[in-house]
Design a protein around this ligand. Structure first.
Ligand SMILES: NC(=O)c1ccc[n+]([C@@H]2O[C@H](COP(=O)([O-])OP(=O)(O)OC[C@H]3O[C@@H](n4cnc5c(N)ncnc54)[C@H](O)[C@@H]3O)[C@@H](O)[C@H]2O)c1
Length: 314
């Protein structure tokens, strides 16, 4: 058992719910704090009966505390899919700024380690490939995606300043696209969209010419990377992602093959400021956390497809 009591903000979301389950499985008590703005309550329905699990409905933009000592804060609250943050632009900025301030204050008050979920989106539409943590990024500060990208960049700056000024034990992970069971099928991200369309026999809507690339990490691997970061004393930022790059057309073809669908592909307009390439350099995570993704795309997608065919509670 690594931690006695972890606070997971955004713990009822996709990644947060997998983190809550993994921590509980290690014997860590978990307080999940979530305002449910993009959560599916079913994500944590299976955890509610587990001893040590507490679900609290609260917005982290307001200061919050927990009644028993915490030794880990995983700050994962934030709308994360483009469809969500474009719908909730101010809430996204406030969660990245005020919410991060409040998560840091909680960690400081409890003497806990706090790990911030940052994102590969801090690299924007990158001019360096693959992206290492030393790359500063190429972000449009007033484009539609800026509400998310800049909120995370500010959150990283705030977390770094907090550690410098107050000596709070902090770590930053830059997560690259993660997929797996419990992604909402209409959240707009490529994997759930393609699976939903393939299972319905509809054409898979690929944006642009489909040659833009993404790195896709299966959720179990991302969870292992986050928990390795939590157990370390690294400040980061540390990239957690899969260096195996895939074009959107390759992903669509793979989903069609694995679902056995007879769907085709339909090219649609590409969103503004959509990055052309995305691939992590994970030298740091390999060297310092002994972490690298282990799940092949075929295997992770097969598990995800199976869950979409028959969702089971956490
Ligand atoms: N999934 C990915 O591929 C990915 C990649 C990079 C970074 N991240 C980061 O990981 C975190 C989780 O992402 P996800 O994919 O699980 O998204 P998600 O939308 O499924 O989960 C986010 C959770 O945060 C909650 N939330 C949002 N604002 C809140 C607030 N102000 N107070 C309390 N709760 C709030 C939502 O209700 C939701 O349960 C986010 O911080 C995201 O930026 C995710």
């Amino acid at each position: 058992m690594r931690f006695r009591h972890a606070v997971v903000t955004g713990g009822a979301g996709f990644l947060g719910s997998h983190l809550c389950a993994a921590l509980l499985a290690e014997g860590t008590a978990v307080t999940c704090i979530d305002d449910m703005c993009t959560a599916d309550p079913a994500n944590v329905a299976g955890l509610l009966d587990q001893p040590g699990f507490t679900l609290r409905h609260a917005d982290v933009c307001e200061p919050f505390d927990v009644s028993r000592p915490a030794d880990l804060v995983l700050h994962f609250a934030s709308p994360a899919s483009p469809a969500d943050y474009l719908r909730l632009p101010l809430h996204t900025l406030e969660t990245g700024s005020l919410g991060t301030r409040n998560a840091l204050a909680l960690a400081r008050a409890h003497g806990a380690r706090m790990v911030l979920a940052s994102t590969s989106e801090v690299y924007g539409d990158p001019q360096q490939h693959p992206q290492s943590e030393t790359y500063w990024g190429h972000v449009n500060p007033v484009g539609p995606r800026s509400v998310y990208d800049e909120a995370k960049r500010f959150a990283e700056a705030l977390t770094t300043a907090e550690a410098g000024v107050h000596g709070t034990d902090t770590g930053i992970v830059r997560l690259f696209n993660t997929y797996g069971p419990r992604m909402r099928d209409h959240d707009g991200r490529a994997v759930p969209t393609f699976i939903r369309q393939a299972l319905a026999g509809e054409p898979l809507t690929v944006t642009g010419d489909g040659r833009q690339t993404r790195s896709l990490t299966y959720v179990d691997d991302t969870v292992a990377g986050v928990l390795a970061m939590a157990a370390s004393d690294l400040r980061g930022p540390v990239n957690i992602g899969n260096p195996r790059e895939m074009t959107m057309l390759e992903l669509a073809d793979l989903v069609i093959r694995l679902t056995g669908s007879d769907s085709g592909v339909r090219l649609v307009e590409r969103p503004t400021d959509d990055p052309t390439v995305r691939c992590p350099d994970i030298t740091l995570a390999r060297g310092k956390l002994q972490w690298e993704p282990r799940t092949p795309a075929e295997e992770g997608l097969a598990s995800t497809i199976a869950w979409y065919r028959e969702p089971v509670a956490a």
